[in-house]
Write a protein of this length. Sequence first.
Length: 410
Amino acid sequence: MKDWIKSDPLIIDSAEGIYLKDIDGNIYMDGVSSLWVNVHGHRHPHIDAALKEQINKLSHSTLLGLSNTPAIKLADRLVKIAPKGLRKVFYSDNGSTAVEIAIKMVYQYWQNTREKKKTKLVHLANSYHGDTLGSVSVGGIDLFHKVYRKLIFKTIALKGHGWEAVEDLEKLLKARGDSIAALVLEPLVQGAAGMLVWPEGVLRKLRDLTQKHNVFLIADEVATGFGRTGKMFACQHEGVTPDFLCLAKGITGGYLPLAATLTTQRVFDGFLFDYKEQKTFFHGHTYTGNPLACAAALANLEVFQKERTLSKLAPKIKFLAKSLKMFYNLPSVAEVRQRGFMAGIELKGHLENRIGAKVCQNLRKYGVILRPLGNVIVLMPPLSISIDELDYLLMATYRSIEDCVIKTQG
């Protein structure tokens, strides 16, 4: 906060396509998709028009005891594009709540169905699922979570990464499977941990283990969903249907806050009781299923289809993979990690030197906005970026790393 107070904050006033304009008229490439949410660019005509049309009909009506037309249409569309078997949709308004809802549903399902021993939640090391206390409970990054340890409930963290985590889960389920309620994970890429990419087959094996031991799988696709890994959802790369799919960020194309927790008929039926038993899911947000947000989300999915976003993304992913190799020419680069259109460039050096922050601050002179994760430079531009624009983003990042290393050495 001291650094923030001393600085001159950048204030964005308008945007178009993949570019942001500040109050002084300076233009910047939105290299981090306004925190991983913008998909088709700012001010996309189709999404703009959908919002204008909806605002002339209905801006908000509660979903507690009622519904609204865009919420129903969106739920139907989400079920059709999600992994097969996910048939029910519960709305909220951000990634943290999408995960928290899944956690609460899991816990109550087992209580409702008389499996009262199943209370323990398992998560991966270096996991991140949001900032509400339930989501923090299944988080494993000390920088974000350590200070809250006495506020949150106890969970079980798997050791290691990739296949080591698989081995740890297998041992855990053999020993204590009857007490485990669910495994929570970010499939294929652990974003906030610095773009940690999983080996192929890990997700499929984790799904097989949870099914074998009657443990729910919660897939947090807040960051990986809506095309970021090259498919609509990361789970689809390995043919996995989780018991819960948590969505947010790109769901509205970066326009409005909205989240959805998708689940199965089995889970839905676990709450299907007479009124007198009081086993309903007592959870609801004021702006749940907001019509404007749902209209934006529907338009976002229509753009995916009309503009063939995913098929057009494939050559960009190949270009990104090829171009990222040049960063190993920089002695200051420790590792480059990429899956689909998600990439992280890890720099050498102690965190207190703030090299990641310095590189991103320096990038502004090249007209680029990025936000690091510690020493990891995150590249997550809108899916609509052209190859020429992507090339500029990569070259500007390369030069900014060079600049900052020279200054540090000097």
